[in-house]
Design a protein around this ligand. Sequence first.
Ligand SMILES: [Zn+2]
Length: 338
Amino acid sequence: MRFEDRYSRQVLFPGIGAAGQKRLAQARVAIVGCGATGTCVSSLLVRAGVGHVLIIDRDYVEPSNLHRQTLFDESDAAESLPKAVAAVRKLTAFNSEVEIKAEVADLTPENVGRLLGTADLILDATDNFETRYLINDYAVKNRRPWIYAAAVAAYGVTMNILPGETACLACVFPAPPEGPMETCDTAGILNSAVNMVASIEATEAMKFFVGAQDKMRRSLLSFDVWSNDRAEMATARPKKGCLVCDKHEFRHLTGERRAPATLCGRDAVQIHERHRPVDFAEICSRLEPLGQVKHNEYVLKFRRDPYEMTLFPDGRAIIKGTSDTAVARSLYARFVGS
Ligand SMILES: [Zn+2]
């Protein structure tokens, strides 16, 4: 396929042009999370011709994802494919001329340098503040731009963080919002709200890549596509005294070993403290007498009511049916090993 044909309508847009299109082809982006935001933003950027795309996600496809996670289909859910793997399969079919890589992993203080080190721009498509603060610490410390994006219910919010120039995430939210937070699992989510926030994020990324940084928004933008409420808060300047961008305290980066994360509202716990590869065939034969077990090359699923454990080759597991980390740990120790 001729480069000129594929991107002809985009090149016609003066903000991109032929020079901008070439710059997109050189660009390196890391997308952290591949749920609704990640599937939309990666689809737009791969189709737009961003040359090097890394997709990082720790989760696998489930039927309840399909209404909003636009890269996945019923067979991905039936196979419990890791989202990053399923996404790369689809994205490659959209555009085989760009480099797209999958990383099935949780972004942690240990791997953040390896995973984000080569990206020109980092895009937030996660569902939790812990990971966002980690990205913010890494980005501010390494002067790497990133874009915050979140959506829940009919509401979306996004902000560009250009370290050394604009406010950072910790300037605006010094601590995670208090109290029970609304999540997609408690408040639901409209696919249109998340696609809107992802579309804005993708557009800001394209501005960055083509060298139109002056056109990037210097505000925290929030909107509700149901009530039509819309607000903007200026973020053009860093906040004096910000622990991260002013005081350079990178507490999420130097992270003491993190506790196993409870995945928000899903009645599930992730166990990630054991960094030891597991042998699926061996575990499968051991677990067969104890419950239902099946595996492919990416995940092993073990069901023993009322629990379901999904195990990844690096030893990480997501245990459903409990939000009690002690219960999850003991199930893991019992069935996988301690
Ligand atoms: Zn700051």
